[in-house]
Write a new protein. Structure first.
Length: 359
């Protein structure tokens, strides 16, 4: 049973120890760092000395690897298939044709995708075998790697893989040219000696200085059909902290009250909002990144949205809610994220769309 006296005694002892300490932690010793710093980079930094033959690798494979991966690395019953669907032409050009053209391969194997042999050596060394990771000695890792390369027809049956010739084997991988290193995530030089540094990173961002969104909200949602699948989530979480649980007993989107627009002679609502007047609002809230007035971009055109909901009497209310909540399924599988607009902004856009036509 829970005993508060023990907890209080433990806290007192902990506070006492901390108060007497000059600081928390200490500098790791070289041996401690060495024990953790075991990764092998694509330039082979960190690769230990050693060697292993294909024949030695086959024996290790049969006793420690085949049960999960199959005798020839061809099984996908436990994990995905390691070897297969590469040929001598792939080895020559360094770019797997099956991977690029999507022929009849049921799945992409390891040898189809592998761009650097250091990745394979490092993974076997740190994570294999499944039941006893880090138990293989460097020579055994070289042997298993050599056996896999032999199965992929990269090296001959009598090959001896070592730290001295592993870079040469790297130059024969079927998909060695299938990965680019020309980005800032890969500093230094490529393996062929060409400078791989680029001035422009893969992703860019900029600090907002004007027209910034105020207090953007990051939200998630549950499909309506699954709202009550596990009861009210709010009742199953604490009432404090960052995770409080969604109140699934209520509708996902609270309806925005919209004053009915005057009716035209044709019976359709008309708010009198012109496209030219609404465009600045759409651009400010990045709506135009996925939508255009008359043509489909990532999402449907505004004209198509207006046409689809033109006959709904509650179009303005419905669209205002959808704009703020986001969703997926109405126009395909690509989701629209929730938009951080004010009620007034979402209502104005919804009224414009609910006119039934977009000029």
């Amino acid at each position: 049973m829970f005993n508060s006296k023990y907890v209080i005694a433990l806290l007192v002892a902990l506070v006492s120890c901390v108060s007497q300490a000059q600081g928390i932690g200490r500098t790791a010793t070289p041996n401690e760092i060495k024990a953790w710093d075991i990764d092998v980079r694509p330039d082979f930094k960190g690769l230990p000395k050693g060697a292993g033959t294909v024949a030695q690798g086959e024996k290790i494979w049969e006793t420690q690897c085949a049960s999960c991966h199959g005798t020839f690395g061809e099984s996908n019953s436990v994990f995905f298939q390691l070897v297969g669907y590469t040929n001598k032409k792939d080895v020559e050009r360094g770019n797997t044709a099956t991977l690029q053209l999507g022929h009849d391969a049921p799945a992409r194997t390891m040898t189809m995708k592998l761009p650097t042999i250091s990745t394979l050596w490092d993974y076997i060394n740190r994570a294999m075998p499944w039941t006893a990771p880090k138990s293989l000695k460097p020579d055994e890792v070289y042997a298993v790697t050599a056996f896999l390369m032999n199965l992929a027809e990269v090296v001959p049956d009598d090959f001896v893989l070592s730290d001295k010739n592993i870079a040469e084997v790297q130059k024969r991988l079927p998909n060695r040219n299938g990965m680019t290193t020309k980005h800032v995530m890969w500093p230094g030089k490529e393996m062929n000696g060409v400078d791989g540094l680029q001035a422009k990173p893969d992703t860019q961002g900029s600090s907002c200085v004007k027209n910034c969104r105020v207090n953007p909200k990051v939200v998630s949602s549950i499909p309506a059909y699954a709202m009550t699948a596990h009861g009210n989530l709010a009742d199953q979480n604490r009432t404090w902290g960052s995770i409080v649980g969604l109140d699934t007993s209520k509708p996902m989107v609270e309806e925005v009250v919209v004053t009915a627009a005057p009716q035209t002679k044709q019976g359709k609502a008309s708010s009198g909002i012109k496209t030219a007047d609404i465009l600045p609002l759409l651009q400010k809230n990045t709506c135009t990144a996925c939508h255009a007035v008359s043509t489909k971009v990532m999402g449907p055109s505004f004209k198509d949205v207006a046409k689809k909901y033109s006959n709904r009497s509650d179009a303005a209310t419905y669209l205002a809610g959808k704009i703020k909540a986001g969703g997926a399924g109405a126009w395909g599988s690509i989701p629209m994220p929730p938009m951080a607009l004010s009620d007034a902004e979402s209502t104005k856009i919804a009224q414009w769309l609910s006119q039934g036509s977009v000029d």
